[in-house]
Design a protein around this ligand. Structure first.
Ligand SMILES: Cc1ncc(COP(=O)(O)O)c(C=O)c1O
Length: 408
């Protein structure tokens, strides 16, 4: 037996990805975290380099990953119940930390119940598996995250059972709702809360208003699902996410513990019957070991912090730094997308220029990510900067200074 024939075929596929400009670059390896010092926030070291890098591409918006209380919570949980659950949830893999985190996150987002997953990605897949029937129709925003798109495929949703509306276009959403084919009993409108490539948000208040007028048309209801992975913990006056910012109440909330909360894992929050259907029917929940108790304990502690005076102060600082950075890049002549979220895109609109700028930033000890086709449409090539609560005014000034020579 040999893998030679397979490897030859795979190499051709990989070469094609490279030729199309779609291959991911080699992964950089972080080997050290250097705590904040003086007026500087944390720095990171990469394998093979002595430079100390500032991270402008982390989803850890509240900067809690190295918080001593999260580390202590993870450590205590591990000492109490070990490093792994040894089984899936329904075969005695459910530990007190899993149940406690489910109750904690449900209370945080204002829902009666929640189920935790290994990631928001698997939560989206689980939701689609649990709710899809041959008479279920899914309507989604054009810029929804890959995990929602993939979830539809994994759940075997045929093209006749789904529609896409133009990004944040409420007239187009209304049109999709009007055109739901005869015979559909159940309709889900599903969208990202914060769109991760742009940092803009779904107008959930308007979506709720529009959907409510179609509610009575469908035997098994019409409901909204927000995947607020970039919003929960990082957005809204109390860090409750896009619902908090827009003053709306989506029916089902998907989120992650791997971004603002700085840990790992995902969740679905809703009423108890939806959550029980997820527990019974979502394969990505049922047939896989759950998070470690260390992850659960750390995520629970992160929510507690987010809910405290310290959390509110972190959020306020995050907003100030995001606004300082946004104003800064605009005053250098760059275009961004307005809004209060800590994702601050710098629109370069040209692939080679994006690559050059990212390389220049790296040489200046700034880690940032360039987004080019097919991750974003051609012409929307962007450097996605992400501010976090550990960034200081001096850090923001440093990155702006590095960008300085590259004014438009
Ligand atoms: C909208 C959205 N959903 C889901 C995910 C995946 O989150 P996780 O890392 O928890 O799987 C992301 C992260 O990139 C995201 O932006």
């Amino acid at each position: 037996m040999s893998l030679a024939a397979l490897e030859h075929a795979l190499q051709l596929e990989l070469d094609a990805l490279t030729a199309e400009g779609r291959a991911k670059p080699a992964e950089r390896v972080i080997v050290a975290y250097l705590p904040p010092q003086g007026d500087k926030g944390p720095r990171y070291k990469l394998q093979g380099s002595d430079q100390e890098f500032i991270r402008m591409n982390s989803n850890s918006y509240l900067s809690l990953s190295n918080h001593p209380e999260l580390i202590r919570a993870a450590d205590e949980a591990t000492r109490a119940l070990g490093v792994g659950p040894g089984a899936v949830r329904f075969i005695d893999g459910t530990f007190s930390y899993h149940a406690a985190l489910e109750a904690r996150v449900a209370a945080f987002v204002g829902k009666p119940a929640a189920k935790i997953f290994n990631s928001a990605y698997t939560a989206n897949c689980g939701l689609a598996l649990a709710l899809s029937t041959p008479k279920t129709y899914w309507i989604g925003d054009q810029l929804n995250h890959n995990s929602i798109i993939r979830a539809m495929r994994i759940a075997g949703v045929p093209s006749a059972n789904k529609a896409i509306y133009r990004h944040n276009d409420m007239d187009d959403l209304r049109k999709c709702l009007t055109e739901v084919p005869e015979g559909m009993d159940r309709v889900a409108v599903i969208f990202d809360g914060i769109f991760s490539m742009r940092g803009d948000f779904a107008p959930i208040d308007q979506i709720a208003k529009i959907t409510s007028t179609y509610q009575a048309k469908f035997k098994e209801g019409l409901f909204t699902v927000v995947d607020d992975s970039h919003g929960i913990g990082a957005f809204g006056p109390n860090g409750r996410g896009t619902a908090d910012h827009t003053g709306a109440r989506p029916d089902i909330i998907i989120g992650t513990f791997g971004k603002a909360f700085g840990v790992n894992g995902g969740f679905i929050a809703a009423g108890p019957i939806v959550v029980e259907a997820v527990r019974q029917k979502a394969d990505t929940y049922i047939y896989t070991n759950p998070l470690s108790v260390a992850d659960c304990a750390a995520a629970g502690r992160a929510i507690d912090i987010c809910d405290s005076a310290e959390g509110l102060e972190r959020l306020a600082h995050l907003r100030r730094m995001a606004s300082r950075f946004r104003r800064g890049i605009e005053s250098l002549g760059w275009q961004s997308i307005p809004g209060p979220h800590p994702i601050v895109p710098l629109l370069v609109r040209d692939t080679p220029r994006t690559h050059r700028l990212v390389r220049h930033l790296l040489e200046s000890s700034v880690l940032a990510v360039g987004l080019t086709f097919p991750v974003v449409p051609r012409g929307d090539e962007t450097i996605r900067f992400q501010i976090n609560a550990a960034h200081t005014p001096a850090d923001v000034n440093y990155v702006l200074k590095a960008l300085g020579p590259y004014t438009t």
